[in-house]
Design a protein around this ligand. Structure first.
Ligand code: PHE
Ligand code: ZN
Length: 849
């Protein structure tokens, strides 16, 4: 929190630090409000820099004393750190500071959660622990001593000595400060081991609070599967004797890849069949993999500065999505990722928060852990792989690991590796990193004498981040489907590089239907004017599972838009086409369940806005309900049979096979509940022995306005379990009627267990409110007001989580004048709050435009 005008940091201003660190020794003496941290750092002038100002970051530290080569010094202190006269030769810096972990509610630096100590240093949290050059290009070997009255005292690397209340750790791998971690508490280890392919034995531990021991087995299996996968697919082995994971309840994000000591939000690692859903298990598997994969893509090769964040995050998201595709169903994973990308990243890229995958300036780096950096960053890597081919991709990755191991690298380094190993010029491709905005690709066709010509035009809408966008390299996977449903041209990759380009296919006989952008080969908006019949043809026959799903989705969207604009009835062809695919027992149940999903109400609002209409959230909600009713009627006969066929008569397993069947079964349950009433949902609720079945049943009961007893029963069954209670809080908001959503959320904030300082609990209520399109955008403005009230309250406690939640307002410009005015008034009210954090100020200023 600061009153001074916020400072903007620019990529173009990068200069290396003036000093190199050889090693760092830290000694912690833990105490809730008075922790002492001693540091001893060996500095020497950096031969690659002429900068000789000695500045160390430090925030909220009480300096007890400092010395250089043993002689006390009096540094000059500011809100951001300190400067000091230093010798023009190697020297030893020593300092002692006092910090207040129990008073640290921002959950950055060293803080306490349920009596345990833990740290979060990415991006700039280490400066809240001690004075240090807190930037990722300063890498050092750390030795850490911890004194504290706790049975478990952990830090990075390998343990070198442990006695009661005293532990010493040494991490042999040089690392930036953001990868530092410390944990202390009364914890229980779920232990296992892994032998790497070169025969190194690695001890694995998952540390949890007493009472959570039964929720560890799955995370541990996922860790071992990830270790094996990275060896097989990328040839990457683990590099320490020990790998520790710790679960904490209070955490701003999902998890953190600290070297050898990953710290996880408990929601991202703890699971048992009774308490976690199939979706939770899949997410946990992916996050465990993600953090583990960072050991190479992030830790061994790190980022030169925070502008390069996508270097580690885009690549690591890409790797974890490959892993999930291998462990489960590749098409289902791809479709789920596209749904998520469109919902979160496209919204960002098409609104006031648009920024390039590699931003060029920021005020608060915490605000750039975005869907654009992460998910679009991963899509960019997927495109690179499509363009160069699989073999060349893995060759380039080998060169990347060889050449840059131990480096703090840049996007230029990354692309150079591909240029050197493939001979390709990636100058134009690099625009994916520097230009904001979602490209729109328009396709028109001409058909003549057995030749089909596809004309492509690409257009990137200008934004304040990229006012003058230039054409990008867009890989478009294409196939042609013949009139009888056969594949007449197998998938091939077209490369768009110009604003306009055509491709001709000869000797075709009858006119085929073009299946364009198979597997969603590029993160673009495709505009391809197919007739409804042609779409239905692809829905029935396309060999590409993504495009099959996509055509169903487009038919649904077109029908929903016609229902809004023309009061049309739900489209018969859509209902019949979906009915045919969902009834097809040769298809994967998980895929059939995805086929039944409708475009989200927020997606429909975007579609209306793009077409020049003003979306009315209440009308969008109404037609979405009407379409679900129509699906329920169309499936009235078959739904009970499919539901029955999906019931599993075997012990619960969270694998793709069982999860797919439950997912289809529960899709049927919601159709059945709509059409035949809540009896089956009640029966499933009463009989459920796992959370997937219990929660799905509960959602249906609430939706059918028959959920009061079940909600009460659920609460008394689970009130001791925080993670399950987060679901209880969230579901009531998500499933509320639009008129009630804000009131339900408001009621829940009065509940005794609404611990609003816990980010999971805060998000359970307010993340759900923001996700409830018709509820949040209620014409009364009560959704906006309630969220603003609570953001104002949370900001002084936890700026990072507050700022992230502000994104709920990012789509304000597409609504009517009354809603726009109400939202702007709330943004201004928050902005007028005295001492508003830098995080929230930056977000709201950008959103407001
Ligand atoms: N680096 C973490 C990840 O992607 C995310 C994170 C960022 C966590 C900042 C905490 C704080 O896995
Ligand atoms: Zn990550």
């Amino acid at each position: 929190m600061r009153d001074a005008a916020p400072q903007t940091i620019y990529l173009a201003d990068y200069t290396p630090f003036g000093y190199v660190i050889d090693d760092v020794a830290l000694t912690f003496t833990l105490d809730p409000h008075h922790t002492r941290v001693k540091s001893r750092i060996a500095f020497r002038p950096n031969p690659e820099s002429t900068e000789r100002r000695f500045f160390l970051h430090g925030e909220g530290l009480k300096l007890i004393g400092a010395s250089i080569d043993g002689a006390p010094v009096t540094p000059e202190l500011s809100d951001e750190g300190l400067t000091c006269e230093v010798p023009d030769a190697p020297f030893i810096w020593e300092a002692e500071v006092e910090i207040d972990p129990a008073g640290n509610t921002a959950l950055e630096g060293l803080y306490m959660s349920n009596g345990m100590y833990c740290t979060q240093c990415e991006a700039e949290g280490f400066r809240k622990i001690t004075y240090y050059p807190d930037r990722p290009d300063v890498m050092a070997v750390f030795s850490v001593t911890i004194n504290g009255p706790h049975p478990v005292l952990l830090s990075n690397g390998n343990p070198v000595a442990t006695q009661e209340h005293h532990a010493e750790w040494h991490d042999p791998w040089p690392k930036p400060s953001y990868l530092f971690a410390l944990v202390a508490g009364d914890l229980i280890a779920h232990a296992d081991s892994f032998t790497t392919r070169s025969g190194r034995d690695v001890a694995l531990n998952l540390y949890v609070r007493p009472g959570d021991e039964h929720k560890c087995a799955f995370g541990m299996q996922a860790l071992k599967a990830s270790m094996r996968w990275d060896e097989h697919v990328y040839g990457r082995e683990y590099d320490l004797d020990l790998f520790n994971i710790v679960a904490v309840d209070d955490f701003n994000m999902g998890a953190m890849e600290n070297k050898g000591l990953n710290i996880f939000n408990s929601s991202a690692v703890l699971a048992s069949p009774e308490t976690a859903t199939d979706a939770n298990f899949e997410r946990i598997e992916a996050i465990i993999a993600h953090e583990y994969f960072h050991n190479w893509t992030g830790n061994r090769i790190t980022c030169r500065d925070w502008f390069q964040l996508c270097l580690k995050e885009g690549l690591t998201v890409y790797r974890d999505s490959q892993f999930t595709a291998d462990m489960r169903s590749a098409p289902v994973k791809r479709i789920s990722d596209v749904i998520d990308l469109r919902a979160r990243q496209f919204a960002e890229d098409q609104g006031p928060l648009a920024h390039p995958v590699r931003p060029e300036s920021f005020q608060e780096i915490n605000n750039f852990y975005t869907a654009t950096v992460y998910e679009k960053g991963a899509e960019v890597i997927g495109m690179l792989k499509r363009l160069v081919g699989d073999a060349a991709y893995y060759q380039a990755l080998d060169l990347y690991f060889d050449r840059h191991d131990g480096d703090a690298a840049t996007i230029e380094d990354w692309l150079k590796v591909f240029e050197d190993s493939t001979g390709r010029d990636l100058t134009q491709f690099k625009r994916w990193y520097s230009q904001a905005g979602t490209p729109r690709v328009k396709v028109t066709e001409t058909w003549q004498d057995g030749s089909l010509t596809l004309h492509f035009a690409q257009h990137i809408p200008p934004s304040s981040a990229t006012p003058d966008p230039q054409p990008q390299v867009i890989p478009v996977a294409l196939g042609l489907v013949g009139p009888n449903g056969d594949e007449v041209l197998e998938t091939r990759m077209l490369e768009l590089t110009e604003a306009e380009q055509s491709f001709r296919f000869d000797d075709l006989g009858a006119r085929p239907v073009a299946s364009i952008l198979r597997d969603f080969s590029a993160p673009v908006v495709l505009e391809h004017d197919l007739s409804d019949d042609e779409r239905a043809h692809l829905l029935a026959h396309d060999s590409d599972p993504f495009n099959r799903w996509e055509q169903g989705r487009i038919l649904a969207r077109q029908s929903l838009l016609a229902m809004i604009r023309e009061n049309a009835d739900p489209d018969r062809a859509y209902l019949d086409g979906i009915h045919a695919v969902v009834s097809d027992e040769s298809l994967d149940p998980a895929y059939r369940a995805l086929m039944l999903g409708l475009p989200s109400q927020s997606d429909l609002a975007t579609a209306l806005h793009d077409a020049g209409d003003v979306p009315d959230p209440a009308a969008i909600h109404k037609v979405s309900e009407a379409m679900r009713d129509a699906l329920a009627a169309r499936f009235a006969e078959i739904a009970p049979r499919i539901y029955q066929a999906c019931q599993i008569d075997a012990p619960y397993r969270p694998d793709a096979d069982q999860a797919g069947r439950r997912s289809l079964g529960n899709a049927m349950l919601s159709l059945i509940t709509r059409h035949h009433g809540p009896a089956k949902a009640q029966a499933q609720f009463d009989a459920a022995d796992n959370m997937t079945q219990q929660l799905a049943a509960l959602a249906n009961l609430i939706r059918a306005e028959a959920g009061d007893a079940a909600l009460a029963a659920f609460e008394s069954q689970w009130q001791h379990d925080r993670l399950v209670m987060d679901k209880w809080f969230g579901l009531q908001v998500l499933e509320a009627k639009p008129d009630d959503a804000a009131d339900v959320a408001e009621q829940l904030t009065r509940h005794a267990d609404f611990n609003w300082k816990n980010p999971n609990r805060f998000r359970a209520v307010f993340g759900s409110l923001a996700a409830h399109h018709a509820g949040f955008h209620h014409v009364s403005g009560k959704g906006y007001r309630l969220l603003a009230d609570w953001l104002i309250r949370l900001d002084p406690v936890n700026p990072q989580t507050t700022a992230r939640m502000c994104a709920a307002f990012q789509t304000w410009a597409r609504y009517d004048a009354a809603r726009r005015n109400m939202i702007r008034a709330e943004l201004d009210r928050i902005l007028a709050t005295p001492k508003l954090s830098r995080d929230t100020t930056e977000m709201l200023t950008r959103i407001r435009g």
